[in-house]
Design a protein around this ligand. Structure first.
Ligand code: BGC
Length: 749
């Protein structure tokens, strides 16, 4: 009886939900019927906060200009606003800004609320004292999707507490070009990691239900192929055969669409000469037709204008608008003025854009607004405010930073250092916060220390806290660029009385084009500092705080230990100190190949001819020679792998194989460890990758403990994109590789 009642309740709830959606659909259709063309085009217009802020672009505090606000919302019917004017503001300022905007929307004829969007890239970028987590590249090193999900939930909560319901994240671009200035925003060079972490993020942002004050609409970006710039410069041409696009760049978006992401942002650059904002093929045929994406497609910054004034594929701004909207764009991040509105109106009136396309876009925009609950209550919810800055977020930020730490080298077990050793802390990132957090940290570029939380720590502070001021000397000064940080003579002198040198090198914060570089090598002045440190004869531990793998090949042999710290957010410094002095046993592993030089940029999933190279008539196995390979990362303990056990040596089309392996912690310390499963197709119609990551599991093992780790392998784990652009598995032999163990299976179709 009880069961029956429960079942009935479930059915009733489900049908209520269903009819609610049907109701909402009706409401949206009714609204569209009432809307004038002007109101529709306004909905498709997204402007930046400066357009409605006091003093416009010069605005410092985010305060609104009532006249400009009225003009945008009442006269131009603007549907969406984004961004900050210059820097992050506090949570209550955000709440009041959003309240004023929504108040204004109530003055319009149809009272359609405005949707606000912000970048919460590694935590909520633009609210002061928000919790910043490691950049995606570091999150990928954790191989811990659960951490990605937890961090995304905090980001969502802090955005929503700020009154914002739309997050321009996650970045799903595949980081196969380490020169690219947005490499830190990616999950690295592997497709499977990108898919797994991307889905974890999307799900975490949205799963509570978008009407709940702990969720935000996610925005997959930047569709498609943005990261594959030929030169590595941001927003420059990509040349990519479709087979490559479908193998390495599309699957992350496909998986995130399936996971239910509500919106998508488009790549500002071009593929094979076609700007993606003008590509009906990619936006409509592939994204809508093949991937089945139903949500909203928003442009990136100014990208419709750029079809005219940068890409030169439209001969006038109006043609650019028509081109993009006809290709499938729903909302234009204009964002610095209201020009899009006038141009789209003209284009529709001139029959250059059909009204059906406008209605379709508006329907998707209103659906999003309905989904996130703006029609119920557009104001910051009371219940959301308390979710900002909870103490437990700090612990999570530390967990995440710990798990990103990737120990690349530890000669003669120089690490961990004893806490009574005297150390010299040197290098430009020793007393910098910006070089620990990177892009999208309180300002777009992440490079203004004054906006960081007052309790943020530098590496020097964290080491001093741990081992006491008496054990620490430094030659550094605050800030990355201070000339004293590069003084090799001072460093040599100061090294005389210490037991070890902790040398903190890397990159200061940058984002997008300002991060373009002409050389991946660390700048000369940093390399010289490392050489000077090595010449002292004291053991040098190199700590790298960087967003992309800068070459260290010339100094690497003389470094005794190397810790890759990435840009790991608020708790980077504490995590570095914990690893260096043994309070945390590192477990991060590289999500990219740490390359050696520009001429040696082979990726881990290389092809046979990149692996076995031809030297005149001989073949030599010198193919994959990065400084540190993909998946590399040391621990203070050791793990031993048993042999791979297979439930069967053959796999059929609908079958699966259980693959298991015994892992033992054979060292003296407890530790976490990621077990990765790779496959290798021995012969295939398209040259096979030498290895492809297909699954991973992170486990925790106490000293001496062992555990069996199991994976289920199906034909999908052996698949690739063939010449007909279909994802297929071909019959034949495959290797399964886990750690240093291999086993063979046969796929029979
Ligand atoms: C970036 C996007 C970002 C947008 C809004 C653009 O410059 O490419 O990733 O979401 O600005 O801030």
């Amino acid at each position: 009886m009880k069961k029956f009642t429960l079942a009935l309740l479930a059915v009733t709830l489900a049908s209520q939900l269903f009819s609610q959606t049907a109701d909402e659909k009706k409401k949206i259709e009714a609204l569209i019927k009432q809307m004038t063309l002007e109101e529709k085009v306004g909905q498709m217009t997204q402007v930046t906060l400066a357009v409605v802020a006091k003093g416009g672009w010069a605005n410092q505090d985010g305060s609104l200009d009532p006249v400009a606000l009225k003009k945008a919302i009442e006269d131009y019917h603007v549907g969406s606003i984004l961004n900050v004017t210059t820097h992050a503001v506090d949570v209550d300022t955000w709440r009041s800004t959003i309240t004023q905007i929504e108040d204004e929307s109530k003055n319009t004829r149809l009272k359609i609320p405005v949707i606000y969007g912000l970048d919460g890239i590694h935590g909520q970028t633009y609210t002061l004292n928000s919790t910043l987590f490691p950049q995606n590249i570091g999150m990928a090193a954790t191989r811990n999707p659960d951490l990605v999900a937890k961090a995304a939930k905090v980001t969502a909560a802090e955005l929503r507490a700020s009154g914002v319901r739309w997050n321009f994240a996650p970045v799903l671009d595949c980081g196969r070009q380490p020169l690219w200035s947005r490499f830190p925003e990616t999950y690295g060079e592997d497709v499977y990691i990108g898919k797994t972490m991307g889905v974890a993020g999307v799900t975490a942002y949205e799963e509570d239900g978008l009407k709940t004050p702990t969720a935000v609409a996610s925005c997959m970006k930047h569709y498609l192929g943005y990261s594959a710039s030929r030169t590595g410069k941001d927003r420059t041409p990509v040349y990519m055969p479709e087979i490559e696009m479908r193998e390495y760049y599309l699957p992350q978006f496909q998986a995130a669409v399936k996971a239910g992401s509500s919106t998508i942002m488009v790549n500002s650059a071009e593929i094979n000469g076609v700007p993606v904002h003008a590509s009906k093929y990619l936006l409509t045929d592939v994204l809508r037709g093949q991937l089945g994406f139903q949500g909203l497609i928003v442009t990136d910054w100014e990208d419709i204008k750029r079809l005219y004034d940068r890409h030169n594929v439209a001969s006038s701004p109006r043609e650019a608008v028509a081109m993009a909207i006809n290709a499938g764009i729903d909302m234009s991040m204009v964002p610095g003025d209201l020009s899009f509105y006038d141009l789209l109106l003209e284009a529709v009136r001139n029959k250059e854009v059909p009204i059906s396309r406008v209605d379709d876009a508006v329907r998707r925009i209103l659906t999003l607004k309905m989904k996130v609950g703006l029609f119920d209550n557009p104001y910051p919810e009371d219940a959301s405010r308390a979710n900002f800055g909870k103490p437990e977020y700090q612990a999570l930020a530390l967990d995440a930073a710990h798990e990103t730490m990737t120990l690349l080298k530890n000669n003669s077990n120089v690490l961990p250092l004893a806490k009574n050793m005297k150390v010299l802390v040197a290098g430009p990132s020793a007393q910098s916060l910006t070089a620990l957090n990177g892009c999208w940290s309180y300002v777009w570029q992440g490079n203004q220390e004054q906006w960081y939380p007052k309790d943020s720590k530098t590496i020097l502070q964290s080491i001093t806290d741990k081992v006491g001021a008496a054990n620490v000397v430094t030659t550094t000064a605050a800030g990355f660029d201070d000339p004293r940080n590069y003084d090799a003579n001072a460093l040599k002198k100061a090294a005389a009385n210490v037991d070890a040198i902790i040398l903190c090198l890397g990159e200061n914060a940058y984002a997008e084009s300002p991060g373009n570089t002409t050389d991946l090598a660390l700048p000369d002045e940093q390399l010289q500092l490392a050489q000077a440190a090595a010449m002292t004869g004291k053991p040098v531990i190199l700590v790298l705080t960087e967003g992309r793998p800068r070459f260290i090949t010339s100094i690497e042999p003389s470094m005794k230990g190397i810790l890759m710290a990435y840009w790991s957010g608020k708790k980077t410094a504490e995590a570095v100190a914990d690893v260096l002095f043994g309070d945390y046993n590192p477990d991060g592993i590289l999500p990219f190949s740490y390359q050696r030089s520009m001429g040696e940029m082979v990726l881990y999933d290389r092809k046979p001819t990149e692996d076995v190279r031809e030297v005149f008539n001989d073949n030599v196995h010198t193919g994959y020679l990065p400084l540190y390979p993909f998946g590399w990362g040391l621990s203070y303990t050791t793990f031993e792998y048993g042999d791979i056990q297979l439930s069967s040596g053959t796999l059929s089309r609908d079958g699966s194989i259980n693959v298991s392996i015994n892992i033992k912690n054979t060292g003296q310390r407890d530790g976490k460890h990621t077990v990765e499963l790779y496959t290798h197709d021995l012969f295939a119609s398209i040259t096979p990758n030498m290895q492809r990551l297909r699954a991973f599991k992170k486990i925790a093992l106490k000293a001496g403990e062992e555990q069996t780790v199991s994976f289920t392998v199906t034909k999908d784990d052996l698949a690739f994109v063939n010449a007909e652009l279909k994802t297929v598995t071909e019959k034949g032999e495959f290797e399964i590789m886990i750690g240093n163990k291999k086993a063979k299976i046969t796929y029979t179709e």
